[in-house]
Design a protein around this ligand. Structure first.
Ligand code: CMC
Length: 427
């Protein structure tokens, strides 16, 4: 197999190396392109650009394969907890019993927020969006860690445990502030997901005891969101990290990037779409017709993906989990029926077949969150909690790389040519 490729520019031929990944993925290495040819590449939306090499996550979008550190997510979903998966994603190998216990203890010991931070919550307006609070508070956390040096894996582990644990506390506290209920302290005897549910739903006079089935569904939700290679928010984290910003600042930027409806905000948009279909009374077929006509830029939310040209493997697992959870909770959610009908209709429609649009992770995840009682504007926050290990791992990959360079794409300028400055009195 050739490991070089040739480009012809102005009748001159240049040779560029080809980089091959462990799974045979090939990329033209253009690092010498501008030096040799004076040209740059233009790739709107970066759809053909590999921004880095990475050891963390492998996706085969054609086959619908997703692996963290080489391990298929189906196996992790069956056998591992979110916390174990997080450690795997960050450190590159499954944790031993000692690693797991140590990391669990660190998560528990670091779950409380510095007491002063309560005042920050009081300063937000009553209807502040939890994603804005989350991002601001992650940045605020870094002010309690002045000049923390991260030199070893032990330092990363402590910082990661602090961030992962406190993000969960911040998320629950932002919800409590928004509903004007007292903040609930974490419990030292609860595991990661149970503790989050406890901080969300307990009241000073009434403890919330999550059932194992509910905790399992949230654990799966988090695990399946743990990483997804160079998506919009992870690329943002890497971008910020490449300027040598700290882990907290880089991940706060990731939260902002995740917020929009084409990325993490899609889990909210799916529920809004299903609600709208139900309220309209005009049925699924009519909605699909409007999407196909691109009415007002309408899209089938929770469908399509830049990388997957097949069903997102996470969607399959979440669909099964949604079915089981609703069964367990004896919930008959009309939105689940609409979602199933919508999926079926789209999968049989040439518009979606030709464009290879299949359900993605967000299509069924909202049904699970609704069933657990998570309010709609917290859905993307849940995604952010789950994605934290991936952001940390990507931050670490840049931090540990002695050859890492600042991310600084170029552009093709299309504005005015050289233009004369006109003094104020002549404009
Ligand atoms: N519904 C209807 N048409 C669609 C959809 C959709 N969900 N997604 C793509 N298309 C069409 C699009 O209109 C275009 O059609 P045409 O060729 O006629 O112009 C074609 O498919 C290619 O679309 P694209 O915009 O070039 O695709 P992209 O790779 O830039 O966008 C996407 C990927 C995920 C933003 C897009 O599929 C989308 O908007 N999906 C809905 C939002 C969503 O569910 N986002 C969550 C993604 S998964 C979680 C995450 O990573 O955050």
């Amino acid at each position: 197999m050739s490991r070089r490729c040739h480009v012809e520019v102005d009748s001159r031929r240049y040779e560029l190396p080809v980089v091959v990944g462990t799974e045979g993925e090939r990329a033209i290495d253009i690092r010498g392109l501008r030096r040799q040819t004076g040209m740059i590449t233009l790739d709107d939306g970066y759809a053909n650009t590999g921004s880095c090499t990475s050891d963390i996550t492998y996706i085969d979008g054609e086959q619908g394969i997703l692996r963290y550190r080489g391990i298929p997510i189906e196996e992790l979903a069956e056998n591992a907890s979110f916390v174990e998966t997080a450690w795997l994603v960050i450190f590159g190998r499954l944790p031993s019993v000692t690693d797991r216990n140590r990391f669990s203890n660190l998560l528990t010991e670091n779950s409380m927020l510095p007491d002063n931070m309560r005042k920050h919550f009081e300063a937000f307006p009553p209807h502040a969006h939890p994603m804005a609070i989350l991002s601001a508070m992650i940045n605020a956390l870094s002010t309690y860690e002045p000049q923390r040096q991260i030199e070893s894996d032990d330092d990363v582990e402590l910082a990661a445990a602090r961030l992962m644990s406190r993000v969960r506390t911040i998320a629950a506290a932002s919800y409590k502030s928004s509903v004007d209920e007292p903040l609930i302290y974490p419990r030292y005897d609860f595991k990661y997901c149970e503790n989050f549910l406890h901080m969300m739903f307990s009241l000073p006079y009434k403890e919330y005891e999550p059932s194992p089935e509910v905790a399992r569904a949230i654990n799966l939700f988090m695990l399946l969101h743990a990483d997804h290679e160079q998506n919009c928010s992870t690329s943002t984290v890497r971008m910020v990290a490449s300027g040598q910003a700290n882990m907290f600042a880089s991940c706060a930027a990731g939260v902002c990037a995740l917020w929009g409806p084409l990325h993490g905000g899609a889990n909210v948009a799916v529920i809004q779409m299903l609600e709208a279909i139900r309220a309209s009374g005009t049925g699924v077929a009519d909605h699909v017709r409007r999407v196909k006509n691109k009415e007002a830029g309408l899209r089938l939310m929770g469908f399509g993906h830049r990388v997957y040209r097949n069903t997102d493997p996470r969607a399959k697992l979440l669909k099964k989990s949604a079915d089981q959870l609703l069964d367990h909770l004896h919930i008959d959610d009309p939105l689940l029926e609409i979602a199933q009908e919508l999926e079926q209709t789209a999968l049989e429609d040439p518009y979606f077949i030709e464009r290879k649009l299949y359900p993605n992770v967000d299509f069924y995840s909202g049904i699970i969150l609704r069933a657990v009682g998570i309010p709609l504007d917290m859905f993307t926050v849940m995604f952010a909690i789950g994605r934290m290990p991936g952001w940390i791992a990507n931050w670490k990959e840049i931090h540990d790389d002695p050859h890492s360079r600042i991310y600084r794409p170029r552009q093709v300028y299309t504005g005015n040519p050289l233009t004369e400055f006109v003094p104020r009195d002549r404009r």
